[in-house]
Structures are given as C-alpha cells and as structure tokens.
Design a protein around this ligand. Structure first.
Ligand code: ADP
Ligand code: GN1
Ligand code: MG
Length: 356
C-alpha cells in the first residue's frame, strides 16, 4: 500500500522528498492521508476521492479550484485561509489510478480540527467560520457543477427513499416500521420548507453543504477559526443548510453515533454561541425569509440526516463507511434523538435568533 501511495503522491507537483504517508481524520466518504516531506518543504494532504459518491471528480475539482481561487484573491494569508489545490504533473487537478481518483492540497500546519465543540467560544468561532466562508463567496458568479445530485433537496431524497423502501434490497424494511414512521410523519413539513427554496422565497447562494465541525480548521495558537475545508460539496443551495448542518455537530451534547441516547440532545447554549458567530458575519446580508427559517434549518438538516442514515441501512450500507454492522441504525437513532430535542426546544431556538 505504501509503495502505491508513494507512486500516486509522486505524480503530483510536490516539493521536497517524501518522508512518510499516514492516514488522517475520520471522514465517512474519502480516504485522507498526510504526506510529510523533508526540511522546509510543505506537507500535503493526499485524498482518494470517492468516485462512486462523486461521479464527476474532475468537475468537483474544477469547483474547488474556482472557489479557492476566488477566496485567495480576498484574504490576507491565501496559503492558510483556504485550501490550496496541488495539480498533478500533467496539469490536471487529479491523478487517476485505475478506477480511483486522487487529489492533493497543501497541509495547513498549526491547526486543529476537533471532533466536537467543548466550549461556546469554539462554537462561536465555528459560526464565524461558516459565515465568513459564505460572505467570501457571496459575489462568486460562475456556475458550479452539481457534485452530488439533489444533495440537500428533500424532494430528491424522498424519491430515493421511496425507491429504496420499495426495493428493500437486504430485507430490513419489515423490522424498521417505527423508524420509518419517524420519516413519514415529517414528510409534509420538510417538503413545505424545501418548496420555499424551489419557488425562490428563500434565495440560493454558493454554500459549503457539509459544515460539520471536522470540516473547519481552527488556529492552534488561539482557537480562532481559520478556514473551511472538505470543499467537495460546494454548490449552489440555501445558506440556511450550512447553519443547520453545523448545529448537528456543534450543539449535540453526545456523539453523532452515540449508543446511549441519554447523552444526545441539543444544547441551547452552544446553539446560541454558534448562531451569534454565524449572524455576526451574515445578518446584514440575509433576507427576512432566511432569518425566519434559520432555526428550522437545524431541524431540516437533522431530519435529512436521519433519513440518509436510515436509507443507507435499508440499502445495505453502501454509502457511509461503517465500523460495525448496526452502525447506520445507531446513527439513525442518535440523530433522531437530536431531532426530537430540537423539536422540543424549537420556541427557544427561534427566540434566540430573534434576540440576536
Ligand atoms: P473527508 O471528505 O473524508 O471528510 P476531509 O477533507 O474532511 O475528508 O479531511 C479529513 C480530515 O483531515 C479533516 O477533518 C482534517 O482533520 C484533516 N485535513 C484535511 N485537509 C487538511 C488540510 N489542508 N490541512 C490540515 N488538515 C487537513
Ligand atoms: C459525510 O465526508 P464527511 O465525513 O465530512 C457526508 C455528509 C454527512 C456526514 C455525516 C459527501 O461527511 O453529508 O452529513 O458525513 N458527506 C457526503 O457525518 O455525503
Ligand atoms: Mg470531512
């Protein structure tokens, strides 16, 4: 494996002699490695991009190159404040190795990417980070490729859901009637929200679409936010979902896949801190329909995540990496507990947003 990784890394425009290649991070989709080099040369991130999930890797890399170029032109430290894509020696933004696609970028040193937010200060910084990312891209006007069809489009997700339930490929549906009812009982309210995006009441912008806490880097020196990473899903959608998706991780008192439901719930303190950071950057540019639905976006994306984990379980675990056979079902239950907690505290969430 190491020889193969070395061979792939050497096909990119890297500086310095490679001293090591090690796995990094806990992403559910790609395989990530850090490539260390000798002396003063930079280190790199090497990533096997999941081309089953991202069918157009070249189009995805074009998106990443375009948005990072746009950000670099605006920030004080362009090598730290966004990703730097490293091209292959043939000039392409990826290397093909048989079936697999690989991409590389600069490793940004002196940063942390925590798995969870332990303090409101960190949540505030995370909110600033997402808000700033959106602000930097607010005048980006080139069309972006849709890297995953219908990513946060619940109409599309329900189409996949209906097909998966009808196919029931591994015979799990009959055991899951209660979980399936959690989805069905919320179908209408979720579709009603998405209809507002479809009819333009809620505007579309360039968004990150995967804002969980492990997809942002903070400065190790003082914990301040540095930049959003994992830009594979940058597309045009509603900004609200970047807020809602982040709340799933920053404000969860437990883990995304907690086996103990008692650990899981939404912390209003963390919700408030994240919202303060986000709105500090975004408040002035948001329209009323967005502000009115900001709190709901946390319910929307958490619901979507319950649906996606359960749908993958019904589908025989083909999308998310799993660590044990029931993993997607455990994730479904833990995210459902979080959703219920949001529903119970929804009035307070709305009031927090109004007060900010
Ligand atoms: P995945 O798509 O599998 O989630 P990510 O792009 O999020 O992969 O990378 C996984 C982890 O690797 C991140 O959570 C972060 O800890 C680390 N990482 C990724 N890119 C960089 C980078 N450019 N500099 C430093 N660390 C990084
Ligand atoms: C995946 O790639 P990663 O691990 O950052 C997923 C997100 C989910 C998340 C759940 C492309 O994110 O949509 O919310 O897992 N990314 C993709 O933890 O599907
Ligand atoms: Mg990630």
């Amino acid at each position: 494996m190491k020889e193969r990784l070395l061979d792939i890394a050497s096909r990119f425009e890297l500086e310095g002699r490679i001293t090591d290649i090690k796995p990094l991070g806990e992403g559910f989709i790609n395989d990530t490695y850090v490539v260390t080099t000798e002396g003063d040369a930079p280190d790199y991130i090497l990533q096997r991009k999941n081309h089953v999930i991202f069918p157009d890797v070249p189009g995805m890399m074009d998106n990443i190159k375009a948005v990072t170029k746009h950000i670099k032109a605006k920030v004080a430290d362009p090598l730290r404040e966004t990703l730097t894509v490293i091209p292959a020696k043939d000039g392409k933004l990826y290397v093909r190795d048989g079936e697999n696609y690989w991409a590389a970028c600069l490793f940004i040193p002196d940063t942390t990417s925590p798995a969870r937010a332990d303090t409101p200060e960190l949540a505030y910084q995370g909110g600033l980070g997402t808000g700033r990312f959106q602000a930097l891209l607010s005048d980006f006007d080139k069309p972006l490729n849709e890297t995953i069809k219908g990513f946060h489009n619940i109409r599309w997700r329900f189409k996949q859901w209906d097909e998966t339930l009808a196919a029931d490929p591994v015979g799990r549906v009959s055991q899951l009637q209660e979980e399936i009812s959690w989805i069905e009982s919320r179908r209408k309210e979720m579709m009603d929200f998405w209809a507002l995006v479809e009819d333009g009441t809620i505007p579309r912008h360039v968004t990150h679409n995967d804002t969980k806490i492990s997809n942002i880097l903070f400065n190790s020196s003082d914990g301040s936010m540095l930049c959003m990473i994992d830009l594979d899903t940058v597309m045009t959608s509603t900004s609200l979902n970047d807020f809602g998706d982040a709340i799933r991780s920053y404000a969860n008192t437990g883990a995304e896949d907690d086996r103990n439901p008692d650990n899981v719930g939404m912390s209003l303190e963390m919700f408030k801190a994240y919202a303060e950071g986000y709105l500090h950057e975004q408040k002035a540019s948001m329209v009323q329909s967005e502000l009115d639905h900001l709190a709901f976006s946390a319910r929307y994306i958490t619901f979507e995540q319950v649906l996606r984990f359960l749908m993958d379980y019904i589908d025989g675990d083909r999308y998310y990496k799993i660590a044990y056979p029931e993993h997607n079902l455990v994730r479904t239950h833990a995210q459902y507990k979080l959703l219920r907690s949001m529903e119970e505290q929804y009035c307070q969430m709305c009031e927090i947003i109004r007060n900010i």
